[in-house]
Design a protein around this ligand. Structure first.
Ligand code: NIG
Ligand code: FE
Length: 381
């Protein structure tokens, strides 16, 4: 089954840079892209969909989200907006609710947010554990996450739970818990932060995950400058996430590495924190991705379009850089070469915007511009 998307006003393929074509056509061939090029030389297809001169971009790749949880923290958010600081400890509120929730409740929560993500144009997402912090709940979290996405991350090292001594918990994270979650996990992650895990603990936990065959990524330099970013680079992590507070040494380390700096401006928005300086990073040669960080504490949003708007307005990225970071570089942060670009042979994941250009994602903040979403060659929105 082939489908022709015709009358695309602006096609931003993200292939080899931004890859912009006007008056373009894309052929979806089953779950893959079969052909991309000018309307004048389009091949025949079984079906045709006229997108009315709208802009088309790849489906967003959200490389950082925490969707397996129960309950919410609206009261904590309101208190924060009245002046309370954000701290790592808030995570424990969600841990209690998540442990008490059945598989069905957790599965329904992921399903609800995965649907919300599709409506926001996200066709590939990563999902972390980290609200169980005991062996059965971390195992459940990753088993349920893996029903929705292959991009699953073991974040047993989110914080030390209130009911376990620190050393015993780190042993558990590196031992029995790791063994229980490995069959359902692709990555291992640590919240390297004051109030969570220090540099030595982070290295120990990531190395245990690497030995078990998992790919490392790190929650690094969110609330304070610390060792997270340099550890991520040292251990060859796929990404260092947050990167809010970076020294020149951190920037140099990232710039000379294959580790992607994944920026999460919805977290700074919802914690009223300073934004990371993407301009400084990009100008120094750092590879930057954008993700939602959707979680009930620091960023309860699936809106990649809002993340893009903030990236342009407050992180000083150009609209072109921001869309690239939310698609092609997001894929790089997940070590995926089949998503994030519109090119022959890639997955047929596309977003039709209700606008002439992707610039409108930042230019018209908060306006619903996701007109159609195609995932694996099927229209899902
Ligand atoms: O990425 N920073 C650590 N983890 C999440 C927040 C978790 C929470 O507050 O529940 C984050 O922002
Ligand atoms: Fe996070």
């Amino acid at each position: 089954m082939t489908t022709l998307l015709t009358n695309i006003g602006l096609l931003a393929t993200q292939d080899a840079g931004i890859g912009e074509l006007t008056d373009a056509v894309v052929v979806l061939d089953g779950d893959r892209i079969g052909w991309v090029g000018p309307a004048s030389s389009a091949p025949a297809a079984d079906d045709a969909v006229d997108v009315g001169g709208r802009a088309v971009i790849p489906g967003f790749v959200d490389s950082h989200a925490h969707l397996v949880f129960s309950g919410d923290r609206a009261t904590e958010f309101a208190a924060r907006m009245s002046g309370q600081p954000y701290a790592a400890g808030g995570i424990r509120t969600t841990v209690a609710a998540t442990r008490a929730a059945s598989d069905e409740v957790l599965r329904a929560n992921v399903a609800r947010l995965a649907t919300e993500m599709l409506q926001a144009g996200i066709t590939t997402f990563e999902c972390k554990s980290g609200y169980g912090l005991d062996v059965p709940t971390e195992e459940r979290a990753l088993r349920i996450a893996s029903e929705f996405t292959p991009e699953t991350t073991y974040l047993g090292a989110h914080v030390v739970p209130a009911d376990t001594p620190r050393d015993a918990y780190i042993d558990l994270v590196c031992g029995e818990m790791l063994a229980a979650v490995t069959p359902h996990s692709k990555y291992v992650d640590v919240f390297c932060e004051q109030g969570a895990f220090d540099g030595d603990e982070t290295r120990q936990i990531l190395n245990a995950g690497i030995e078990a065959g998992l790919i490392p990524r790190v929650h690094a330099n969110q609330l304070s400058e610390g060792p997270g970013v340099q550890l991520a680079v040292e251990l060859g992590a796929a990404s260092a996430d947050h990167c809010t507070l970076l020294s020149d040494t951190d920037i140099d380390a990232l710039a000379g590495s294959s580790t992607v700096a994944t920026l999460l401006p919805l977290a700074e928005f919802s914690t009223r924190a300073v934004y990371p300086d993407a301009r400084r990073m990009i100008d120094a040669g750092v590879t930057v991705a954008l993700a939602t960080d959707c979680n009930p504490g620091s960023a309860y949003s699936t809106s990649m379009p809002l993340a893009i708007a903030l990236a342009v307005r407050d992180l000083r990225m150009t609209p072109t850089e921001a869309v690239y970071a939310a698609t092609a570089t997001g894929a790089q942060a997940l070590r995926r070469d089949d998503v994030g670009v519109i090119a022959v042979g890639k997955r047929a994941n596309l977003v039709v915007l209700d606008a002439q250009s992707y610039i409108h994602l930042a230019y018209r903040p908060g306006v619903p511009l996701i007109s159609q979403v195609w995932q694996n060659g099927r229209r899902v929105v």
